[in-house]
Design a binder for this molecule. Structure first.
Ligand code: HEM
Length: 438
């Protein structure tokens, strides 16, 4: 059996330059020329792209035991420690089992009034003819919602500081992954000093929230911290509690923020889809009107969210490293290979989607998937996103409130480039103009 073909035939450093300028384009060309898997021929290690759903299913699900998370996760772990996203093996398995039940739909319903209220408060602060910079606005809104749902606190200082820390933590991780030359953290650069200060302050803030909670006898606050405190020992397991909280904040924040940004951007450019959505949500005034348990009155809203995440998957690529040699299609994958399962490529694969570059929520009305792994916005296999139901609820509630109140008009070009690393960020600001509906 042969190794994957290498693309393209330039020098590895020329390839790296091209890859860094636009990984999505580079991968598209590689997949179009050599199919899947294809070696990306980079000087930073052995990377192969997977754009075939069968192979993605093999790596992420059927033979997942042969794969670990990629090298990049070492940088993620600097901020998130051994939380669910970064942990491996038995530790991951135990923690996933412990936390899974808290993310069931019935449990999540308890968090929805706070999500709805935060959205309503935000929307009531907007007015007609406002220009809204979606990327920054959704960043702030989704972080406030997450903080309220995870570590609900009446102390404004805790929320403001945690929000700064999450933003800095995300940038810190991204910069470390992006930079091939990393200084050890003990060297007191300005950035490293800020990182150490952020970690120390996060400890203090989370500890303060726990103390605040313990001081209220029989507190009936229902958030993720309450769940963690019911299952773990606040003193003995403090580091684990901290790691899980930071993990949920980082894993759930930028993903939901981008999900909302891309969805509202797409709607602004498709007034006819916006109008159909408005018809569905116009009469939904309270949270009780929504019937979220079965979404029976929100069918089209669900299709819009699904289609938006197909076009622009917030996590566009899932990387796994082979522990031992494996076989993918007709290729031999040597141990140590890092396999990029490109969600973006799978979601735009012409063999699996009709007219893949068109935004068409109708495809999800009757879509008969050819393959279970052709659509993976929340990943696949045992490491499937634990927060998927939360994210869908959150995006649904916010979308209902936006579309019921405002018509969105585009201020940014329809076609926007990407600045992808862990997430599918736009490479420029994304803005819309609001017009009152009523
Ligand atoms: C639109 C929003 C979201 C998207 C697109 C998304 C996507 C994903 C994907 C693709 C993975 C799999 C990563 C892998 O296999 O390496 C993942 C894992 C994860 N997500 Fe999400 N996510 C979203 C929202 C959230 C939210 C709101 C939370 C928490 C409140 C969350 C927490 C997590 C955690 C903890 C993991 C790791 C699970 C594990 O390994 O057991 N995510 N997410």
């Amino acid at each position: 059996m042969k190794p994957p073909k290498a693309f393209p035939e330039n020098t590895k450093f020329q390839n790296l330059k091209k890859f860094q300028a636009s990984p999505i384009l580079y991968m598209k060309e590689a997949a179009a020329k050599y199919g899947s898997p294809v070696d990306l021929n980079l000087p930073i290690g052995k990377f192969a792209l997977i754009s075939d759903p069968d192979q993605a299913q093999h790596v992420l699900a059927n033979n997942h035991g042969n794969y670990t998370k990629s090298n990049g996760y070492k940088q993620v772990a600097l901020v998130l420690g051994n939380g669910l996203l970064t942990a491996e093996g038995d530790e991951w398995h135990q923690n996933r089992k412990m936390l899974q039940s808290s993310f069931h739909k019935t449990e999540l319903r308890k968090l929805l009034p706070a999500v709805w209220q935060t959205g309503a408060q935000y929307i009531s602060g907007l007015s007609s003819h406002d220009d809204l910079r979606l990327d920054t606005e959704m960043n702030g809104l989704t972080l406030t919602i997450l903080l309220n749902s995870l570590i609900h606190s009446s102390d404004e200082e805790i929320l403001t500081k945690m929000s700064d820390h999450v933003n800095f933590g995300q940038e810190f991780i991204v910069n470390r992954i992006r930079n091939p030359f990393k200084w050890p953290l003990w060297i007191p650069t300005q950035n490293h000093r800020r990182y150490h200060a952020m970690m120390a302050d996060s400890n203090e803030l989370i500890q303060r929230t726990i103390d605040e909670r313990s001081a209220i006898y029989g507190s009936d606050i229902e958030d993720l911290l309450a769940v963690l405190l019911s299952k773990l020992d606040a003193e003995k397991d403090f580091i684990q509690i901290r790691d899980e909280i930071l993990t949920f904040l980082v894993a759930g924040h930028e993903t939901s923020s981008l999900g909302m940004t891309w969805t509202l951007h797409l709607l602004a450019h498709h007034p006819e889809i916006q109008d159909r959505l408005y018809e569905e949500v116009a009469e939904l005034v309270t949270l009780e009107d929504l019937d979220l348990m079965n979404f029976s009155n929100l069918k089209y809203t669900g299709q819009v969210i699904k289609e938006s995440m197909r076009m622009y998957p917030p996590i566009w690529n899932i990387v796994r490293k082979a522990k031992a040699n494996d076989q993918l299609g007709a290729c031999e994958i040597e141990a140590g290979y890092q396999l990029m399962n490109s969600i973006y490529e799978l979601h735009h694969h012409a063999d699996y989607w009709d007219d893949p570059d068109t935004f068409n929520p109708d495809r999800f009305e009757t879509y008969d998937f050819k393959h279970k792994f052709q659509y993976l916005p929340f990943g696949g296999g045992p490491r499937f996103c634990i927060g998927n139901n939360f994210a869908i609820y959150e995006m649904t509630l916010l979308l209902v409130q936006f579309v019921r109140s405002f018509q969105l008009e585009p201020l940014s070009p329809k076609s926007i480039g990407f600045n992808p690393l862990l997430t599918l960020r736009p490479d420029q600001s994304v803005s819309v103009r609001l017009k009152c509906r009523k």
